[in-house]
Design a protein around this ligand. Structure first.
Ligand SMILES: [Zn+2]
Length: 492
């Protein structure tokens, strides 16, 4: 009985806490280039978001501007050299294992705590994730990516989780693979991409309308709409470049994408010779690991090769070994990412709305928002007092907030743990007060119930002082009757 009461109390406290937590939904439209609203607009619903919230003219992704690394950076606040997911294809020299985003299934590649796990460390807090490009998502509610799933279906599911009457989530993250797929097939300036961008705008409109229909979400939900990288046009060619034309592949291994490759040299004595050969690849830059420009934040992790080849925008370097010896067909204009993250074509979008955020506010063009900065913003919105250290900066984030003093304590302290905010203290006090109130109510209810039961018993049996006395009275009667020789058990 006591265990049941404790479980009930815990459930009630947890429920109360869940009701007081801030709400945040993170939405990623893959490969949504920062200037698509200008190139393919007008986009009615992105403009609607802009009017009701905050926006950055563009956002700089992490290098290598690939899908899996950037989605991991968004939710950890870390550069790729810090979280180790340095490409969509990775080699770990220490274990001789290979990660390929489209097939790998080992937890070793995802060692960092994400915003949704950190959120769940608080009483009553729950996260829900649908389709995010990440394996091993350990949260209360999650669904893996399903090819062809409609945005409407994803939205309906995540909003059901927010609105769950028993176990609501307070943080959600959803992923949609467009307009990336279409942009890669047809290029960022194509009519097909234009149409897909407009479909994304319609999808966003559906999400905003569904939020507006729900009073709780309309008044309390924060919404961040962003992406992982932009899209560069690759022009058609009948002469694709191959890595094997420049290096003896028995002396090294190559991992990465057609736009950025990590080269692991088998014998350190060969590094200089291979470097000289790779430097001859047209329309590219090859760097030794320690000479890569600092702005890439791509030097320190062991998953980064001895040499790194970065293609100039619009060019690709292919691997015959990767394509089973087959040459590639590049006869059509198409799109790609994975280039220098400072390029205009690689920049992406950032929009956000919610009760903590200003309305109709756009960051100055000269201020560069970085995708890792969203981590601090999410910590602040969710009132997470102890977010882990990250590369996230609050410098630009503070201008998005109505109350910018919330970030005053963490500016310049990005490498330290964030402090407990005032809302965190309020939440703890709320939990404590709730617990005491429920305990008092439980004791009071028990006392009143017992007194009522006693009073009813007295009313029903005025000659009996207590229920025990009442039972004793009956027993005495029966025994007394049985003592009478004329009355047997059948008469009782
Ligand atoms: Zn992507």
């Amino acid at each position: 009985m006591e265990w049941f009461l404790f479980a009930l109390l815990f459930y009630q406290i947890s429920f109360l806490c869940s009701q007081s937590l801030p709400l945040l939904l993170l939405v990623s439209f893959d490969g949504f280039r920062w200037d698509y609203p200008k190139i393919h607009g007008p986009l009615t619903n992105f403009a609607r978001l802009e009017r009701h919230g905050v926006r950055a003219p563009s956002m700089i992704p992490t290098f290598t501007t690939s899908t899996f690394p950037n989605h991991y950076s968004l939710i950890t606040g870390l550069y790729e050299e810090s979280h180790g997911l340095v490409s969509d294809e990775i080699y770990d020299r220490r274990s001789n294992e290979i990660f390929r985003s489209w097939e790998s299934n080992s937890s070793q590649w995802w060692p960092i705590k994400t915003i949704w796990s950190i959120n769940e460390q608080r009483l009553g807090a729950r996260s829900g994730v649908i389709g995010w490009p990440q394996k091993f998502i350990d949260v209360s509610k999650s669904e893996v990516y399903r090819e062809g799933r409609s945005f409407k279906d994803i939205v309906d599911q995540i909003l059901r989780w927010f609105d769950d009457s028993n176990e609501p989530i307070n943080f959600g993250a959803i992923y949609f693979p467009e307009p990336d797929l279409t942009g890669r097939r047809n290029g960022p300036y194509s009519l097909e991409t234009k149409q897909k961008v407009k479909e994304c705008d319609d999808n966003l409109g559906y999400l905003l309308n569904e939020i507006d229909k729900n009073v709780k979400l309309k008044n309390n939900l924060h919404l961040i709409v962003t992406s992982d990288h932009g899209m560069e046009q690759v022009n058609a060619t009948d002469r694709p470049m191959y890595l094997e034309q420049y290096v003896d592949m028995t002396k090294c291994k190559a991992f990465g994408t057609e736009t950025t490759l990590n080269i692991f040299v088998n014998n350190p004595n060969d590094i200089d010779a291979i470097y000289r050969n790779l430097s001859k690849i047209p329309n590219s830059n090859t760097y030794k690991k320690d000479q890569l420009p600092d702005q890439y934040h791509y030097k320190t992790h062991p998953h980064i090769g001895d040499l790194i080849i970065i293609l100039n925008p619009g060019y690709e370097l292919h691997r015959l070994s990767f394509d089973d010896g087959n040459t590639v067909n590049l006869s059509r204009i198409h799109g790609n990412s994975g280039y220098d993250n400072q390029l205009e074509s690689m920049k992406t979008i950032f929009y956000a709305t919610g009760p903590e955020l200003k309305e109709n506010f756009t960051l100055s063009n000269s201020d560069s928002l970085h995708s890792v900065d969203l981590f601090v913003l999410m910590c602040l919105i969710l009132n997470i007092g102890k977010c882990p250290s990250s590369n996230s900066s609050a410098t630009h984030i503070q201008s998005f907030l109505i109350d910018s003093s919330k970030v005053a304590s963490i500016i310049g302290k990005e490498t330290e743990k964030l402090h407990d905010g005032p809302m965190g203290l309020v939440l703890y006090l709320l939990v404590l007060v709730s617990f005491v109130l429920i305990l008092i109510m439980a004791v009071a209810w028990s006392t009143v119930a017992f007194r009522n039961a006693s009073a009813m018993a007295r009313a029903a049996h005025p000659d009996a002082a207590t229920l025990a006395e009442q039972n004793q009275y009956k027993f005495t009667q029966i025994n007394d009757l049985k003592l009478h020789p004329a009355i047997g058990d059948d008469n009782l």
